[in-house]
Ligand binder design. Sequence first.
Ligand code: PGA
Length: 250
Amino acid sequence: MARKLIAGNWKMNEPRHGAAALAGALAERARAAGPLGWDPLVCPPATLLGAVGAALQGSAVALGGQDCHPAQSGAHTGDVSAEMLADAGCRYVIVGHSERRANHGESDAQVRAKAAAARRAGLIAIVCLGESEAERDSGETLAVVERQLAGSLPPGADAANTVVAYAPIWAIGTGRTPTIQQVAEVHAHLRRRLGAAGEGTRLLYGGSVKPSNAAEILALDNVDGALVGGASLDPDDFWAICRSLFQSSL
Ligand code: PGA
């Protein structure tokens, strides 16, 4: 069975001292828990990778970026390459988050190029997808996520280099979540669509995950972890979400 992944996406939050304190608090909890049978990850803003990486040193908490440019280097003002993230100590990078798709007009093809760049740099890409509220209401959810999955995964994507995160847009930062049946339905569909080539690929759920709903979501078949936004900024909440994975072994 795939190791579960609990990924914290800090988005554009935290000053440097707050980030180091947050990372330090998580590292301490991870060290105290001993060997983990699952993977904790934090994805801070690019400017904080050094400070957060230093605070995580010697702990099982991995470091990730929130986005990368498809190219390795060059004239791309304001961008960061996957190689630069790897050089900064990252093991993962989020690509295709709906905030990037919406705010930066990223298409599936661009997301696929970024996921391919992550692979080239030896990073694990966390490829995000999910429907809008209008798409959910008109019954298009499965068709939308299927199209995004087919368009956003590069050739050669497999369990070792790719994680898929289902994060319905209307559930992000809203406190609203799909029903357990809706999450189960989408994840089962994605699992089928991944097919044999994607066997073992971890499927995360993202969107208003918090300590009070994590256990129920994480207990579902085909949910291999969570992508956590707001609640990842509080070490107690983030760790409580992690604990709900394996109450008995933490
Ligand atoms: P949220 O964000 O936990 O704040 O809803 C989740 C996400 O961005 O995937």
